[in-house]
Design a protein around this ligand. Structure first.
Ligand SMILES: [Zn+2]
Length: 97
C-alpha cells in the first residue's frame, strides 16, 4: 500500500447512542479530531434495526471549515470507524453538553 493510502486509513471514534421515536442516532462522544464538531450518523430504526450492526466505517461528515473557521484541507481528511461500546444518552442529555 502506498504511503498516501496509508495516511487515508479511517480512524476509530467512540460514539453514544441516542434513541429516538423514529430514528436512532450515533453521536460522537468527543469532538471530531479533524474539525472539532460532534458528528451524528444514523443508527437505524427503533425496534427494527440492531444499533451495533450499524456501527463501523462511515464517510466523514467534516464541513469545509473547523469550529474556529479555519479552512480544512480536504485532501488530508480521513473517514472514520464508529465504535459503540453500549453508551446511551437521551436527546435532552446530549443538548446539555
Ligand atoms: Zn469532523
Amino acid at each position: 500500500m502506498s504511503e498516501h493510502l496509508e495516511n487515508r486509513e479511517p480512524f476509530e471514534v467512540e460514539v453514544v447512542l441516542v434513541r429516538g421515536r423514529e430514528v436512532n442516532l450515533y453521536v460522537f462522544k468527543e469532538p471530531c479530531p479533524q474539525c472539532g464538531y460532534c458528528h451524528t450518523h444514523g443508527a437505524g430504526r427503533p425496534g427494527v434495526d440492531e444499533p451495533q450492526a450499524l456501527a463501523g466505517h462511515r464517510i466523514r461528515h467534516c464541513p469545509d471549515r473547523n469550529r474556529r473557521g479555519k479552512l480544512l484541507d480536504y485532501s488530508a481528511l480521513r473517514d472514520y470507524v464508529l465504535v459503540w461500546r453500549g453508551l446511551e444518552q437521551t436527546r435532552e442529555e446530549m443538548e446539555l453538553r
